[in-house]
Design a protein around this ligand. Structure first.
Ligand code: ZN
Length: 413
């Protein structure tokens, strides 16, 4: 089972000083900042998923995450060198897709098959996913002749036509990447239909799209129905799915790879599951920057609270947490400083009991990842990109361990 991590140009600055929060003035972001696969040894994933929408943006709806010079460098150097994939202990693979979520609201996908093929080939990807159009709905009872299914049928046909064109162009120009066709559907029956058609075109690697909002039993129902039509040598990729407690079952249904950002994003998007441990998650300790917190800035502007006082409470919370990590103060002293600062920026949520749980467990001390070993309690402080992204990287490390544990093997090849 191969895990691909979707790239969004998330890197950390190795020169960042946690005490002064300053950076090396000579740091060059592109050259010196590190990707997750460079920080974590060994890398917790087998490859990166790179979306054309993230690199290039889409004409109408979104702009890419790449600057112009970055984009040119990716094309000029190729993905392997751009992402420094050979720097880690294990060389990683690169899979490309179009980022169909970014244009789900459009009538048609904004990219031509020709430009997508040249994107994958030009950047030197190992795998390339055909152009698709997402179907979000899950309605197992609605058949394809039903009026209610008209738009879903249209999207499925677009996706299959584009997959057919993609296969033809890849074969004709003898590309260096392995093409994957995308199956979109709204029911077990319609997914099985798409898989059957893709196999007829010639695909033996098929990505299942549009399953992110589905419940686990709905995904399983689709996989079971796909089993009826799946050739024995057809391999499936689950787009955007990370339910690792089901990974063994997915594997039994021909799934050989998947991708997900959720272990990374939960570090700073989730309300409580911010820090992964092998068997559970913890809430991160929120100490936002006075300058970076909108609610707090508004209170300072209105004169409700002095800026100096807020900064004092912020610094005191950080200092107490560090003292706690050195065993110089107890849990209650650390909690008290967190509560005093929270009172000025977050009067609604009382997280004391969750924070107590995090502090008493000290999960960062038990973690063997390179981040926890080097930055200690800073990894679990919810504050700014340098800490939050490191916690996201740590989560990827733990997630990789969980996946391998579920599979009962060390799947590093
Ligand atoms: Zn860790």
């Amino acid at each position: 089972m191969k895990f691909f991590f979707p790239d969004s140009q998330d890197q950390v600055d190795p020169t960042f000083d946690f005490l002064t929060e300053e950076r090396d003035p000579f740091r060059v972001r592109q050259r010196d900042d590190l990707y997750a696969h460079e920080v974590l040894k060994p890398p917790p994933f087998n490859g990166l998923l790179v979306s054309k929408a993230i690199v290039d943006g889409t004409a109408g709806s979104s702009t890419g995450k790449y600057t112009g010079p970055q984009r040119h460098r990716l094309y000029r150097q190729g993905a392997r060198q751009f992402f420094r994939l050979n720097n880690g202990s294990t060389p990683l693979k690169i899979m490309g897709d179009c980022g169909a979520f970014s244009y789900v609201g459009e009538e048609n996908p904004p990219y031509s098959v020709e430009e997508v093929v040249s994107f994958y080939e030009g950047c030197g990807f190992d795998y390339g996913i055909s152009v698709d159009h997402v179907i979000f709905q899950y309605e197992p009872k609605i058949v394809h002749t039903d009026d209610a299914a008209a738009e879903w049928v249209r999207r499925q046909e677009i996706t299959l036509d584009l997959a057919s064109d993609f296969w033809r162009r890849c074969s004709a120009s003898d590309v260096h990447f392995i093409p994957l066709g995308v199956a979109q559907g709204w029911s077990p029956e319609s997914y099985a239909h798409a898989v059957k058609e893709l196999q007829r075109i010639g695909y033996r690697r098929i990505a299942l799209g549009g399953m992110v909002p589905l419940k686990t039993n709905e995904i399983l129902a689709c996989l079971q129905r796909i089993d009826d039509v799946r050739e024995s040598d057809t391999e499936l990729h689950l787009l955007g799915i990370s339910r690792c407690e089901q990974i063994r079952t997915f594997a039994d249904h021909g799934v050989t790879s998947f991708d997900s950002t959720s272990p990374f994003r939960q570090a700073f998007k989730d309300d409580r599951d911010n820090y992964y441990a092998p068997d559970r998650t913890y809430v991160a300790l929120r100490v936002p920057q006075v300058d970076g917190n909108a609610k707090l800035k508004a209170r300072i502007r209105s004169g409700e609270i002095g800026q100096g006082q807020a900064m004092l409470l912020e610094r005191s919370a950080l200092a107490r947490l560090r003292q706690f990590d050195k065993d110089e103060v107890g849990v209650d002293a650390a909690l008290e400083a967190l509560a005093e600062y929270s009172a000025v920026w977050d009067r609604k949520a009382d997280r004391t009991s969750q924070y107590r749980d995090t502090l008493e467990s000290r999960p960062w001390r038990a973690c063997d990842c390179t981040i926890c070993a080097s930055v200690g309690i800073e990894v679990i402080i919810f504050r700014g990109a340098e800490r939050n992204k490191r916690r996201g990287f740590h989560n990827l490390h733990v997630f990789g361990q969980r996946v391998r544990r579920q599979l009962g093997e060390d799947d590093r090849d």
